[in-house]
Design a protein around this ligand. Structure first.
Ligand code: CP3
Length: 381
């Protein structure tokens, strides 16, 4: 990003921060008792690595570390629908903390879902077990998009409450906030359910680009506000998940998607927390994904980190990319793979260990704990 553009964004962000949130400090940045500001997390291994510094130990966390691989999760979720569990602050906080207690990972990832901003805006959406997000009515026409309700700042209160409860327990361990990127969110909205090829949104961006842009901007603002609520309430970093961006070619990504992802992150840049961008099947998109303006790029399991770093010109720290499939392989094979990921990551200006996608529900949690121990046992030099 050019210095000029950065300063402009900073300026706009500062104005926005000052107008949108009275509890902010004068600069419009994070509050003085925020964990990233008051000394709790700024020097943590995770934040240090995200900022390209030398961490005291190798940081590791796992996408989907909270969830069905943990018996304690299945127990507290019994009889409670997925999205309801996200909107009960005590429960969402407890579920976020479970994997941190169990595995000694270097971060909590806030327990919620990318469709929560839709739900809080008043869009009819549910998560059907074993299927994923399903909408009451798909969003396919200009009139459908115009009829979408606006997410309000007040509606995000359960999110802020859950984050506050969580960071009070986490102490010096940073909480990572997240949001779905506009393409992934809009893909669910247009299809009305999970799909493999995302034909609906890919057709719409060419056949009706105006409607696509309006929808992508709606999703950008909803996701941006969701992430802003988490960061302001205490999260120390933010990850944008564009899980399905890999179904796009570079030209479509750059023209129809990247501007909306930039817009989503424009809601939070002024806060100064490290921002991570992750998608799957995105080997050809890594540079464009960095260029929406993030500090760290998450790499899926398909591309070795030294090659990802080469493609990015050594410009940013990387996060990834243990193959989730190997979590079920014999330990010797998994250990060799983790060591190979660490060796490949050494090329980058910083490396946070993670999976190349989420923890599969059938994973033995003891294996995750052992992977964390292995990573922490290897000196960060
Ligand atoms: O530990 C964590 O990573 C934090 C929580 C988290 C969840 N969803 C909880 C969840 C995060 C970061 C997400 C993001 C999310 N949700 C993404 C992006 C990340 C990715 O996996 O690519 C996407 C695409 C979704 C949409 C979604 N929500 C899907 C596809 C599913 C799976 C449906 C199923 O049952 O297989 C969900 C449900 C969901 N979100 C679960 C969890 C723990 C499983 C629900 C359950 O336990 O019943």
């Amino acid at each position: 990003m050019t210095a000029c553009r950065y300063l402009l964004l900073l300026f706009l962000g500062t104005i926005k921060g000052m107008t949108s949130s009275p509890a902010m400090s004068a600069a419009g940045a994070l509050a003085t008792d925020h964990p990233l500001v008051d000394g709790r997390t700024a020097d943590s291994p995770l934040i240090t690595a995200y900022r390209g510094g030398k961490p005291s130990r190798r940081p590791v966390w796992f996408m989907r570390q909270a969830g069905r691989s943990l018996p304690e999760y299945l127990k507290v979720r019994e009889g409670i629908a997925m999205l309801d569990s996200c909107l009960r602050p005590e429960l969402a906080s407890e579920i976020t903390l479970q994997p941190v207690r169990r595995h000694d990972v270097d971060a909590g990832i806030f327990f919620s879902d990318i469709v929560i901003p839709l739900k809080l805006a008043g869009v009819g959406v549910d998560i059907v077990p074993g299927v994923g997000p399903v909408l009451d009515r798909p969003v396919r026409t200009a009139a459908d998009v115009a009829a979408l309700p606006q997410l309000t700042w007040e509606a995000l209160e359960p999110i802020r409450q859950a984050v506050r409860l969580t960071v009070a327990e986490l102490g010096r361990t940073p909480l990572i906030g997240f949001a779905g990127a506009p393409f992934t969110l809009a893909a669910y909205m247009v299809e009305g359910k999970p799909s493999r090829d995302h034909l609906g949104p890919r057709t719409m961006m060419h056949a009706d680009p105006e409607t696509w842009r309006a929808l992508a901007n709606w999703a950008a603002d909803a996701s941006g506000m969701f992430l802003q609520a988490q960061l302001e309430a205490g999260a120390s970093a933010g990850q944008l998940f564009d899980s399905w961006a890999g179904s796009l070619g570079l030209a479509d990504y750059t023209q129809f998607v990247a501007p909306a992802s930039t817009r989503a992150l424009d809601h939070v840049r002024h806060l100064g927390a490290p921002l991570i961008h992750f998608g799957t099947g995105t080997s050809e998109l890594l540079v464009a994904m960095r260029d929406v303006g993030v500090d760290v790029v998450g790499v899926d399991y398909r591309l070795p980190l030294d090659e990802a770093n080469r493609r990015l010109g050594g410009s940013v720290p990387l996060q990834g990319n243990i193959d989730p499939a190997l979590l079920s392989a014999p330990w010797e094979i998994l250990e060799a793979h983790v060591r190979a990921v660490i060796a490949a990551g050494a090329a980058a200006p910083g490396h946070v260990l993670n999976l190349g996608h989420g923890v599969p529900p059938e994973t033995d949690p003891a294996v995750l704990t052992r992977v964390v121990e292995l990573i922490h046992s290897i000196s960060p030099e």
